[in-house]
Design a protein around this ligand. Sequence first.
Ligand code: FES
Length: 92
Amino acid sequence: MDFEITIEDLDRKIAARPGVTLLAALLSGGIPFAYSCESGNCGACKCKLVRGEVDGLVYSEQALSAQESSKGVILACRSRLRSDVTIRRLAW
Ligand code: FES
């Protein structure tokens, strides 16, 4: 069963297959989204996880600080969906 991603700042919803990263789902759903390395090193894909759960893959602390993480900021390229989620883009 697909998960649903709500992009709060666009007021849009897309479906995502289980197992894909949030970034892959956003891009395949045609959502404009900032990214670069796709490997957890640059921080370009930061977004706010407003609601829902993700599994975080390994990333560099230079890309996302512990302080940011504690405030619900995630790296889309390093996050796999565990539930329906609501996110807010930070770079737009
Ligand atoms: S695209 Fe570089 S950390 Fe996600």
